[in-house]
Write a protein that binds this ligand. Structure first.
Ligand SMILES: [Zn+2]
Length: 390
């Protein structure tokens, strides 16, 4: 072995360096630079990809790739974090990356700077062992806009890759997928999500003379009742039942004797692979039209339901998890959306990261031992994917 070879980064130290950049969306605060410096010595070509479109703030992104051609295994993630919240509630400075009782504490420790450090270190070890001419490519697609509007992040980078003819062949997203312990759960898909804003118009009037008015509150309640009267479905082999949750009803009427002119409601639908945003819009409009109301319905689709059916990628990941942790991960589609919803249009994608029980919370933290274990899992995935010895 040559003595001037660079040493692969130590996972904990790299995670700490990333957390010490207070990269609350859309700020980068140096986080991608830290990652670039860790990757470059191992032959990664680093492309910084700032985007600023759609009236959304400028966001920094990084696409880093190593290898001399062949199948491209991509790791995807985000360096942006949610705000720390009430600083007085934190045991320690959320951006100091303190280790206490064998746990790394800080904003982004679980979601998901720990996983980025684990993957970067795994890729570095793989490249040091096999060299750059290992018969494939390893890439990292890391955005600074996942916790925010997700407009100038992964979606834009995927467009940039497609325009260059750069393909991805498989992708693991390092979101914190494990409910409690490392090895609990791999995500092989996600439910879709739609946010809806319903406005019902009527005719204002005196509550003693309802025949002279048209009460939009009554109509709104009946319209919502049609949606919630029965379960949407019973679930599918890989998905929970779809749900519709009314999250607000707003009239803003201070008078008890005035029928208002307008009533509004907000609701959110989390849907499985029996539905699409288009089929749900048809269902909603049919239900609302049946009440003969005058209404506006504004829908914001944050993602369609998708599934990478159990197969080579989930088998590879589950095998690596089993080897390192001794545990059989559940293949799941639960939880919120992630950037996998954009990547699924480009290649098979699965998600596996740290334990997520403290993500977005005060005192976000992960066991230090999990960082090293996750890095070993990612390394085993790379070895398996490229047919190298484990
Ligand atoms: Zn995340």
């Amino acid at each position: 072995m040559r003595t001037n070879q660079p040493q692969p980064p130590e996972v904990l130290a790299l995670a700490q360096a990333l957390i010490r950049c207070p990269s609350v969306t859309p700020a980068d605060a140096g986080a991608l630079g830290v990652l670039e410096e860790a990757l470059k010595p191992f032959g990664f070509a680093c492309h910084r990809l700032p985007f600023e479109t759609g009236g959304s703030p400028r966001v920094e992104n990084l696409y880093a790739v190593a290898g001399k051609g062949g199948r491209n295994f991509c790791f995807a993630g985000h360096t942006d974090v949610v705000p720390p919240g009430d600083l007085k509630g934190w045991r320690v400075d959320p951006f100091a990356a303190v280790v206490e009782k064998d746990e790394l504490i800080g904003r982004g420790a679980a979601d998901m700077k720990g996983a980025i450090a684990a993957f970067a270190a795994a890729a570095a070890r793989f490249l040091r062992r096999h060299g750059e001419d290992f018969g494939g490519r390893i890439s990292l697609l890391v955005t600074g806009d996942e916790e925010g509007p997700s407009i100038n992040g992964t979606r834009q980078v995927l467009g940039w890759l497609a325009a260059r003819g750069e393909t991805l062949d498989a992708c693991v997203v390092g979101e914190p997928t494990n409910p409690e312990r490392l090895g609990d759960m791999i995500k092989i898909g996600r439910r879709g999500s739609i946010n809806a804003r319903l406005t019902v118009r009527g005719v204002q009037g005196h509550s003693a003379y309802p025949q002279l008015a048209d009460n939009p509150v009554h109509r709104l309640l009946r319209m919502l009742g049609r949606l919630t009267a029965a379960p949407m479905d019973a679930g599918t082999p890989h998905f929970q039942p779809s749900t519709l949750q009314v999250t607000s009803i707003d009239v803003g009427n201070p008078a008890t004797n005035v029928i208002p002119a307008e009533a509004r409601a907000l609701f959110n639908i989390r849907f499985n692979d029996l539905h699409s945003a288009a089929s749900l819009e048809r269902w909603l409009r049919a239900a609302f039209d049946a009440e003969a109301a005058t209404y506006d319905l504004a829908l914001h689709v944050t993602g369609e339901a998708f599934l990478t059916p159990p197969g080579p990628l989930s088998d590879l990941l589950a095998g690596a998890v089993k080897r390192v942790t001794g545990r059989e991960p559940e293949l799941s589609t639960t939880g919120g959306t992630s950037d996998a919803r954009f990547i699924k249009d480009h290649c098979p994608v699965a998600e596996f990261g740290l334990a997520g029980s403290t993500m977005h919370k005060i005192d976000e933290r992960v066991p230090v031992a999990d960082l090293a274990a996750l890095s070993e899992i990612y390394e085993a995935v790379l070895e398996g994917y490229f047919g190298k010895q484990c």
